[in-house]
Design a protein around this ligand. Structure first.
Ligand code: SAH
Length: 262
């Protein structure tokens, strides 16, 4: 394969949580003009539909199924760009959050391929929007932490010192019990509200509210799902209750009962 006089560009693009209306205008424009789209499993067809003229290749890895190694994906990006093509590397959510973008940018830099990064709406923000709760609140949470549940059990999810933070656990997997145990051993109160949001911003979105204690007894929701833990999840406006269902006790005496639902 011959290299073009000028290499094409690679765009590392965030696809957002799945609703095509949550794509950025820039993401939609880059998809529409791309020659090649290399996408992960979590990117739905409705988003890929924006890539009208591109060759679309699923390079995702799901549940241990490995089509391509990370190195092969990086080699594909470099190879297509060297042919002068416009390559979109499309990742769910934001490309810089649990997306191996660091390795891919290293590979592009090493190969001298120009690239840009286009942010997307990360799953944490889609989940918070779905449940209509803030991730920060001046009364109870002044920081947010994003962690991966992928390595649980055994690995510490968070330093215990992070009190007053809303915890967001990506890739909680099936071992919610281990995650709950880890969070409790980090010093979090057993009564803290927890919410699992499955397939946020997608038509089959599901929401389950509980507490850290009761997380042990919860069956995992369909993937992809994300776990949120923190005081702010119990807050709600009184007028917003009509479509909500009881899900568990509140974390503090001041907070109203935790009620969540679709
Ligand atoms: N870059 C992505 C995260 C990729 S890691 C982002 O910024 O969102 C994959 C994990 O993201 C999933 O296991 C799940 O925890 C979360 N995730 C991605 N899309 C989701 C969605 N629509 N609803 C809930 N969780 C989602």
């Amino acid at each position: 394969m011959t290299a073009a006089a000028h290499p094409g560009t690679v765009s590392l693009v965030g696809a957002g949580p799945g609703d095509p209306e949550l794509l950025t205008l820039k993401a939609a424009r880059l998809l529409a003009s791309a020659d090649i789209v290399l996408h992960d499993d979590l990117v739905p067809a409705a988003v890929l539909a924006h890539a009208e003229r591109a060759l679309i290749i699923n390079v995702g890895k799901r549940c241990g199924r490995k089509n391509l190694t990370q190195e092969q994906i990086e080699a594909m990006m470099v190879e297509h760009a060297r042919r002068g093509l416009s390559v979109v590397r499309l990742k769910s959510g934001d490309p810089l959050v649990f997306g191996r973008a660091g390795e891919e940018m290293d590979a592009l830099r090493a190969a001298g391929i120009p690239f840009e990064v286009v942010p997307g709406i990360t799953a944490a923000f889609a989940a918070a929007a779905a449940i209509q709760r803030p991730l920060t609140d001046r009364r109870s949470a002044s920081s947010i932490s994003f962690s991966s549940g992928h390595h649980a059990p055994g690995s510490a999810l968070q330093p215990a010192s992070l009190s007053g933070a809303t915890r967001v656990v990506y890739m909680p997997g099936h071992d919610l019990h281990a995650i709950a145990a880890q969070l409790r051993s980090d010093g979090l109160s057993p009564g803290l509200p927890c919410v699992i949001v499955s397939r946020a911003a997608q038509p089959d979105q599901q929401i389950l509210g509980t507490t850290l204690t009761d997380l042990d007894r919860v069956a995992p929701l369909p993937a992809p799902s994300i776990l949120l833990v923190g005081e702010t999840l119990a807050q709600r406006q009184p007028e917003a209750v009509d479509s909500l269902a009881e899900c568990g006790p509140a974390a503090t005496a001041a907070a109203p009962p935790l009620t969540l639902g679709l």
